[in-house]
Write a protein that binds this ligand. Structure first.
Ligand code: C2E
Ligand code: CA
Ligand code: CA
Length: 279
């Protein structure tokens, strides 16, 4: 094995056999983690660009292993998708995030919007609408403040199915954001046909926009296309005041990134909300 991560898994092994063993072990651990609920949710504030107000948060999952190690989603979501375990994980996230957000609503922040990432598998799953209805009913969280983040990848296999699912979600009153817009599978034809509310510009464009005129031009074009299609735009990965100033100038509606806050634990997010209220 060439490399070891912060945990004991060898993700970039050149040795195929050990890679396979690692994968099998990881899958086993992942099943255990689901059974034992070893996941925690962090929340990253989403900020209204003009007012600077916290208007919502994105839910980001972490795996806290029993040995104290934390594994980031980039390391287990791909395998969870491959093994379809993501279906159980996404459902767990939906329920727990809605329950937490409902608690913040009742704690004096009734307008907070909750963003949850959904894998393409969950997004297209036959049971999604029933699952969502159950979650909303059980938690009392309003559909109108739930925003599902999906990637353009949902349309790769069956565009018509993806569009009809978006319509169903719309009828339920849930909002949809296209995540990581601009990288991967992009087609403006589909964008025009997607009944969605928000476009989330992928991090790499934001990170280079202040130094690369091409990225700046692309960000400007993406914002203007989104606005002319009646969508609002959120920029993610905002790390500098310079980037923020550009985005404000381009009328980007919302911003999210380390400049404002890292993803926070429930306790830290609650504390941040309390401080915000005093100002
Ligand atoms: P994403 O949805 O694009 O999430 C944004 C990622 O960028 C997060 O990484 C976040 O912590 C990180 N980030 C936020 N602000 C900044 C910044 O200013 N600079 C930089 N460099 N990074 C920033 P994270 O939490 O490791 O999540 C990685 C990916 O895992 C997510 O990408 C998402 O695709 C997936 N993911 C996370 N939580 C869930 C979940 O509950 N369900 C599913 N299906 N996928 C999830
Ligand atoms: Ca996301
Ligand atoms: Ca993203």
């Amino acid at each position: 094995a060439k490399e070891k991560g912060e945990n004991n898994y060898q993700f970039f092994s050149s040795d195929m056999k050990s890679t396979l063993l690692t994968k099998i072990q990881l899958e086993k651990d992942l099943r255990q983690a689901i059974a034992n609920e070893e996941f925690v949710l962090h929340y990253q504030p989403q900020i209204h660009t003009r007012t600077g107000e916290v208007i919502g948060m994105e839910t980001l999952i972490r795996w806290e292993m029993s040995d104290g190690n934390t594994i980031s989603p980039g390391k287990f979501i791909p395998l969870a998708e491959e093994t379809r375990l993501i279906l159980q994980i996404d459902e767990w996230v939906l329920y727990n995030a809605c329950r937490q957000a409902k608690a913040w609503h009742e704690d004096g922040h009734p307008h907070l919007k909750l963003a949850v990432n959904l894998s393409p598998l969950q997004f297209l799953h036959d049971n999604l609408m029933v699952t969502l209805q159950n979650v909303l009913e059980k938690t009392g969280f309003p559909a109108s403040l739930l925003e599902l983040e999906i990637t353009e990848g949902v349309a790769v296999f069956d565009v018509e199915k993806a569009i009809s699912r978006m319509q169903e979600l719309r009828e339920l009153g849930v909002q949809i954001a296209i995540d990581d817009f601009g990288i991967g599978y992009s087609s403006l034809i589909y964008l025009k046909r997607f009944p969605i509310n928000h476009l989330k510009i992928a991090q790499p464009f934001i990170q280079d926009m202040a130094t690369d005129p091409d990225d700046m031009a692309l960000v400007e074009a993406m914002i203007s296309i989104a606005h002319s299609l009646g969508m609002s735009v959120i920029a993610e990965g905002v790390e500098t005041n310079e980037q923020l100033a550009f985005l404000e100038n381009l009328d980007c509606n919302e911003v999210q990134g380390y400049l404002f806050s890292q993803p926070l634990t429930v306790e830290a997010f609650t504390e941040m909300l309390a401080k915000e209220k005093l100002q």
